[in-house]
Design a protein around this ligand. Structure first.
Ligand SMILES: [Zn+2]
Ligand SMILES: [Zn+2]
Length: 293
């Protein structure tokens, strides 16, 4: 049932549509990512599933205090180690926000036991992973931003829908929102007027974790063009991200990696962090600095 032998970049976890793959992975050979010093290497679902030494498997963990939200991630970590998040909407739909590389029969069965998946939407190309495999396994569409279409290393237009809307409504209380920044089509995911699920355009930093009061001037989020190469976003792009989320209602912000949540007042903390970072770049005047909740 899976395309077991299609190449997967070992660094970013993206599955490619053709074998042999190119000399280097275009997603990694880009200022936002990196090709490791040991050089480009490839794996495949077959190699990952059959790895008797590492015994990869997916954890499916209910988010504490959230009965309709499950974090799905691979142990031990593969490539960049992100999680996907399965949410159940009040209409009874299951939507997968973001995606991971590893999938096997056991994962499919356990997700089916939770009701399966009705739609997948992915934040940006670093997380495209094995999206076609996931879409096929659950016979559901995969929504990707059209602005980032060229970064999909495996295309299957029977499964993937490249959308051009700024906001994609997936259910009554669920929408994916283009915020740009890290990639032109980078998305966040708003759910139940309470949760904002983010990936790399808005990233939680360590000071943001834990439900606690923080001193003024504490940065809890950052907004980077590249994380591994530490290339910041410019102030206009940070303002663009803020403009895209400022009218959304949310309190909790969930990171693209397991277990990282900022609450309460996630929106206020995004605003405060954006201002602090723009000021740290040396700006004393910028429209971002005039923003209020
Ligand atoms: Zn790669
Ligand atoms: Zn990224």
């Amino acid at each position: 049932m899976f395309s077991l032998d299609l190449p997967i970049c070992a660094t970013c976890g993206n599955q490619f549509g053709n074998s042999p793959p190119p000399t280097t992975c275009p997603v990694c050979d880009d200022p936002r990512q990196y090709v490791p010093a040991s050089g480009q290497s490839w794996t495949s679902l077959r190699k990952l599933q059959d790895n008797s030494e590492k015994k990869y498997h997916n954890e499916i963990v209910q988010v504490p205090n959230e009965p309709d939200m499950y974090s799905i991630y691979t142990v031990p970590q593969i490539s960049i180690g992100q999680r996907a998040m399965l949410v159940k909407t009040k209409e009874g739909k299951n939507i997968l926000w973001d995606c991971i590389t590893f999938i096997d029969d056991d994962t499919v069965q356990r997700v089916k036991d939770l009701g399966g998946i009705d739609a997948i939407v992915i934040s940006h190309p670093h997380f495209y992973s094995c999206n076609v495999e996931w879409g096929k396994a659950f016979n559901c569409p995969v929504f990707l931003a059209d602005a980032d279409k060229d970064w999909a290393m495996r295309k299957d237009l029977g499964i993937q829908h490249f959308f051009t809307e700024k906001r994609l409504k997936l259910a009554e209380d669920v929408q994916a929102v283009v915020v740009g920044g890290h990639f032109p089509g980078s998305l966040v995911f708003a759910w139940k007027n309470e949760h904002l699920l983010v990936a790399d355009s808005i990233q939680i930093v360590l000071s943001g974790l834990g439900e606690r009061e923080r001193l003024p001037g504490t940065v809890m989020f950052t907004f980077m063009y590249s994380y591994p190469n530490m290339i910041p976003l410019d102030p206009d792009s940070i303002l663009g991200i803020w403009d895209a989320v400022k009218d959304l209602q949310f309190n909790q912000v969930h990171s693209g990696w397991p277990g990282r949540v900022v609450k309460p007042d996630g929106k206020l903390k995004i605003l405060e962090s954006a201002k602090l970072i723009v000021q740290a770049m040396g700006y004393t005047q910028h429209t971002m600095l005039d923003q209020q909740l």
